[in-house]
Design a protein around this ligand. Structure first.
Ligand code: PEP
Length: 249
């Protein structure tokens, strides 16, 4: 099986109103100057998904930041995977550490969401990562590998699963792990993916996320088993996000 293209995904979080759509339009224009060596995805807030689809053009995929584990029903304020495919999404992020922290999402809940997403034909971007206290205690590898074991549904294949390693202490802080630390965690994630999913696990994309910027992207993206990036702050502006994507020129 050919290794899939790297993926550079932007997570806008709870940022963006109509006037910010110009950034997606601009990103598509920049990418139109030459085919990027990676897939490019923006996950805006739910409220902008429909309009984002209109301006994303040929070079930018649009995805979502979360979905419910059920397909429909009495869940006020929630959005189902079926609603996302209905809007044309191909990807959904699940288990972002902010969801794990702010909404108490457990590995089991995350697995339910990822399972619902995959059953609807979406690719689930499943986030894992240790807190600073866990890293300081020497527990980064056991924490991350048990998240990989418990959060990813049994039916994972390359086409429906992306894993994003995001050390919680690196998100939005400007701090990043050393490339040796990134390599160590990504190798451990790969080992569990192969153990669980064989050849598919050998090819599932593993993204690195946490303070990726144009200045550090090339170095981080060159680490073994890093198959792209999940980007928060630097994805809000087309120029900085494009600067990261250029790591795959
Ligand atoms: C994120 O929220 O997934 C993230 C990696 O944020 P930032 O790039 O801002 O650290």
């Amino acid at each position: 099986m050919a290794t899939p293209k790297a993926l550079v995904a932007g997570n806008w979080k709870m940022n963006g109103v109509t006037e910010n759509l110009v950034e997606i339009e601009k990103l598509n224009d920049l990418l139109g100057q030459g085919a990027p060596g990676c897939d490019v995805l923006i996950c805006p807030p739910f409220t902008l998904i429909h309009q984002s689809m209109q301006v994303a053009g040929d070079h930018v995929e649009i995805g979502a930041q979360d979905c419910h584990a059920n397909i429909a029903g009495a869940h006020t304020g929630d959005i189902s995977a079926a609603m996302l495919t209905d809007q044309g999404c191909k990807y959904v992020i699940v288990a972002h550490s902010e969801r794990r922290t702010d909404h108490g999402e457990t590995n089991e809940m995350v697995r339910g969401k990822a399972d619902a997403a995959q059953k609807e034909g979406l690719t689930a971007i499943i986030c894992v990562g240790e807190t600073e206290a866990e890293r300081d205690a020497g527990d980064a590898l056991p924490v991350v590998t048990s998240q990989v074991r418990e959060s990813i549904p049994a039916e994972a294949v390359v086409a429906n699963t992306v894993v994003a390693y995001e050390p919680v202490w690196a998100i939005g802080t400007g701090r990043t792990p050393t490339t040796a630390d990134v390599a160590e965690v990504h190798a451990a994630v790969r080992e569990v993916l192969i153990e669980r999913f064989g050849t598919e696990g050998a090819n599932v994309r593993i993204l690195y996320g946490g303070s990726v910027k144009p200045e550090n992207a090339r170095e981080l993206m060159s680490v073994d088993n890093v198959n792209g990036a999940l980007v928060g702050g630097a994805s809000l502006k087309a120029d900085s996000f494009y600067g990261i994507i250029q790591a795959y020129d």
